[in-house]
Design a protein around this ligand. Structure first.
Ligand SMILES: [Zn+2]
Length: 337
């Protein structure tokens, strides 16, 4: 795409974004349903006693008097950490039918087939953490394949053709384009995603400006790191935005450019899931990252070993269901004679 065509599209999208209510009360009407997967997968059930932060207020159900007890409805939130090879993609399915897609892997990463296999024909909320192709490449294909209501961005512009194609697809799909920053909250029906990073788009490092999102569902919380690096982590720590989180989507595919011990000590994830391709040329995940994750007590899963990993929760307990295998062990310490 040449720049003459690219720039008007971008300006139109930014204009549209500036006209969109980005602040703390984004609301949308939830529509649509999805089909639950029918494939049987091995199940690992975990329960935990959470340490609560101020935003981890437990849900308290007040019993309603009744002559005949009725079963408590189970409203499961499902988060898929999708195996898209060397890339990143998470699908969040809310009990009220809301469908949220965070990143989509590279083009032809398999995200389209994954969505089709799960009966998904539209996306309510699409979140692009940052403009690298292993995150937005697949999103472009999704935009070209099905209706998307809203697209969330950090507002950082890339000169790559991948980003230009992404913006073209947003415009063609007539999706609302919304820019968010730290302190915003993105509402999707019953879900609220708190934006923890970035505060602003400083510098040119795309990874460091990744959108970092935290989702709280009852007693269980999810942290989505994108490719945020140690600089972003330090910034969040300083600003008081590094909050306890039950399930961590590990930053930057398990690279040692992310997941500093200081940050992990504050997050204290019970489960850490990284996304990486088998035999990737980057060496992801790094051994030191696995060691540091294990040191804070996290059970570690990776899409390279486990395939797609599903975490479902009723807000009280959670289940981790990898397509194959179980949690991986950290590297053994080197023994020196
Ligand atoms: Zn990446």
């Amino acid at each position: 795409m040449n720049r003459i065509k690219f720039l008007p599209v971008l300006l139109a999208l930014i204009l549209l974004a500036s006209c969109t209510p980005v602040a703390n009360t984004l609301q949308t009407t939830v529509a649509g349903t999805f089909s639950a997967p029918t494939t049987a997968v091995p199940t690992i059930i975990s329960t935990f006693t959470p340490s609560l932060t101020c935003s981890d207020t437990p849900v308290i159900d007040t019993p309603v008097p009744s002559e005949t007890p009725t079963p408590t409805p189970i409203s499961l939130l499902k988060v898929y950490y999708v195996d898209v090879g060397q890339g990143d993609s998470e699908l969040v399915l809310a009990p009220d039918g809301g469908i949220v897609l965070i990143d989509g892997g590279e083009p032809d990463s398999g995200i389209i087939a994954f969505l089709q296999d799960h009966g998904i024909s539209h996306i309510d909320l699409m979140i692009a953490t940052h403009p690298h192709s292993d995150h937005i490449g697949g999103l472009t294909q999704v935009l070209n394949s099905m209706p998307v209501t809203r697209v969330i961005s950090n507002g950082q512009i890339s000169t790559s053709s991948t980003f230009a194609h992404f913006l073209d697809a947003v415009a063609a799909d007539k999706a609302a384009f919304i820019i968010v920053k730290r302190g915003d909250s993105i509402s999707q029906g019953m879900l609220d995603f708190a934006v923890l990073n970035p505060l602003d788009i400083g510098g040119t490092d795309l990874n460091s400006n990744s959108l970092v999102l935290r989702l709280v569902y009852g007693r269980v919380s999810f942290l989505f790191m994108g490719d945020a690096d140690k600089a972003a982590e330090a910034n969040m720590i300083t600003a008081g935005f590094a909050a306890l989180s039950t399930i961590l989507k590990v930053g930057h595919h398990g690279s040692d450019t992310a997941s500093s011990p200081a940050f992990l000590a504050l997050i204290k994830p019970a489960v850490a899931i990284y996304t990486a391709g088998v035999g990737n040329t980057f060496g992801h995940p790094k051994a030191i990252t696995l060691t540091d994750l294990a040191a804070v007590g996290a059970q570690i899963y990776g899409t390279d070993l486990n395939g797609t990993v599903l975490v479902s929760t009723d807000g009280q307990t959670y289940q981790v269901m990898p397509a194959k295998g179980g949690p991986r062990l950290p590297p053994l310490p080197t023994v020196t004679p």
